[in-house]
Design a protein around this ligand. Sequence first.
Ligand SMILES: [Zn+2]
Length: 554
Amino acid sequence: MGLCPFHSEKTPSFNVSPENGFFHCFGCGAGGDVITFIRRIENLDYIDAVKLLASRAGLEVPTDTASNGMGELRKRIYEANREAARFYHKMLYSYEGAKGLSYLRGRSLSEATIKHFGLGYSPPSRYALVDYLRSKGFKDSELVSANLAFMSRSGHAIDRFADRVMFPIIDVRGNVIAFGGRIMSDEKPKYLNTSDTPVFKKSSNLFALNFAKNVGEGMLILCEGYMDVIALHQAGFQNAVATLGTAITTEQAMIIKRYADEIAICYDADEAGQKATTRAIGILRPTGIKIRVVTVPSGKDPDEFIRSYGEQGTARFRKLLDVSGNDIRYQIEKLRKKHDTQIPEQRVTFLTECAKLLAKLDNSIELDVYAGELAEELAVTKNSIISQIEKYKKQSYRKARKEEMRNIMLTTSAAADRINPEKHRNLRAASAEEAIIALLINNPDLADTILSRIDPDKFITSFNRRIFTLLIDRINDSRPISLMDISGELSNEEIGSVASILNARPRENNPKQAANDYINILLDENDKMTPEKAVSASAEEIMEHMKKLKERKK
Ligand SMILES: [Zn+2]
């Protein structure tokens, strides 16, 4: 058991079963074999996950079998993105692109920096990229899937980005996965980003992580915008990253935790930036990462700050980083600004708010230090502060436990089962079906016994029927049926469901007897099915039924 890498939690609900070769999380429902794990944590498709594992084990994946529909499209999108990045970069040095180049130079970016980040320019003509990529053999549909173009009402592909400075977004494996485009006038939106595509999910990628991950300082700097990140990298802080035009998500927080022990939040000094800082602390803290908050003086953003000091920029920013306090100090300071501690009533509310804040700390030494400082400053006893903190700690612990339990109930309750939505209407049948599936996977030699008594038609819920059919087909082809063997044919969520089925059922002492018992239950449930209920098995069948009724009326 351990803490789940796919959602934030304090009490472990993630378990790995080495002998059965799978993982499962009660909290969020994630589960599957080792390939599924790599698919989820590295955000890869099945083939790429297999390749990654194979290369780690020193094995080779035969290339001819390594293709499927989605994998093929993803490959084309990566290629189209790479060509697009080349095109935009070349355009920056064209006659049209001069204004883009002068914008970047005006922000003090060196030639080397522009090249390093592969910055570019999208021409104002709405067909520039589309024409170019067509000449490279790309189909309009592929460009639309890549979100490099969209379809006009008259059915023509049109460039998504026009007259913008272009920032390619590159994943940790070096693939161009998306673009951010900044307009140079006051038009809105200032930034346009690639929408989610088969190779890109905005909420689970970070700008410049491809560079920052190699710095190895154990710390990442989190900025608000592309320009802040680029300015910091140019100034020697290559561990700077940014979210992609949105507030930080839990997924991004989990990624940051994988690459660093500490995060320095360095948002704009304006009010919006400060609000975003508080929100980011709330998202990052549950991951257990160390947090500091860098305050850029005189209302500047990091890019402006560094530029304003010219040659001295690096040293000045280093200093800001060195004096930055952790998130707790930052939040205490914010509370202090809101209260006049000379007035007794306000002193009380200030201390109460601080106690609430400190109750979130797990480290009791840290807690003791802050309580001591506050006690001395405001002339109260440290014990009174600490006992107040303990009170809040108990409350919030109970609340957190309740919340986690609620999530577990939600993900494990049949009513909320998105993968098998028919389950809650057929609980007894579904649980017999699941038991039969688990028995078959754990004891493939029972296949003959099971098949001699039951066939897939007897499965009432369609998800379980599909899994059972898949297992039977493989057995008939003499192919193995462990979770790892079948995971390539299922989505991450579906494998999660099968893993949870296996997880809920320990291996039986007498599997043959158990199989017969569960088959009896399922056959019994079949007998109970009325014809009407049988019709309700699928929407198409209902439609068909309705059509026949109507025709009869005529
Ligand atoms: Zn989880």
